[in-house]
Design a protein around this ligand. Structure first.
Ligand code: 5GP
Ligand code: ZN
Length: 113
């Protein structure tokens, strides 16, 4: 999608502080970190939100899920972490390209905070 920030980051048009990249996914540091470690994991394919995931995306989404632990290990999150997806207006999704926040290196609270 031409006007999508995360597509532009995936294509290298907008710079990002990359943590991991392969042919299908990208992980980079969030611009406004909410924890000492706060990265975003995105598929390079433009999917707007969890509401738009189709059966054709099950391998891609499953691939992201199995990569989380490797990225977490690389970032030193041995003591645990939180994986978050915000969806839609009530979920406070601000970027309309599906992404998973991976947060750690502090005691996260519950309810979310
Ligand atoms: P959402 O609110 O949609 O779940 O999360 C979007 C996240 O993207 C926010 O945490 C925000 O700080 C981050 N973000 C927005 N624009 C950029 C950008 O251009 N670069 C990076 N690295 N992060 C961004
Ligand atoms: Zn996009």
């Amino acid at each position: 999608m031409s006007d999508c920030i995360f597509c532009k980051i995936a294509e290298g048009e907008i710079p990002s502080n990359k943590v991991y990249e392969d042919e299908r996914i990208l992980c980079f540091h969030d611009l406004e970190p909410q924890a000492p470690v706060h990265v975003l994991i995105i598929p390079k394919k433009h999917i707007e939100s969890m509401d738009d995931v189709g059966v054709e995306d099950q391998d891609l989404l499953g691939y992201i899920m199995i990569k989380v632990k490797d990225i977490a290990k690389e970032l030193g999150l041995e003591n645990g972490y939180r994986l978050v997806n915000n969806c839609g207006e009530d979920g406070f999704q601000t970027v309309k390209h599906i992404h998973f926040h991976l947060l750690g290196k502090r005691k996260l609270t519950w309810p979310p905070g």
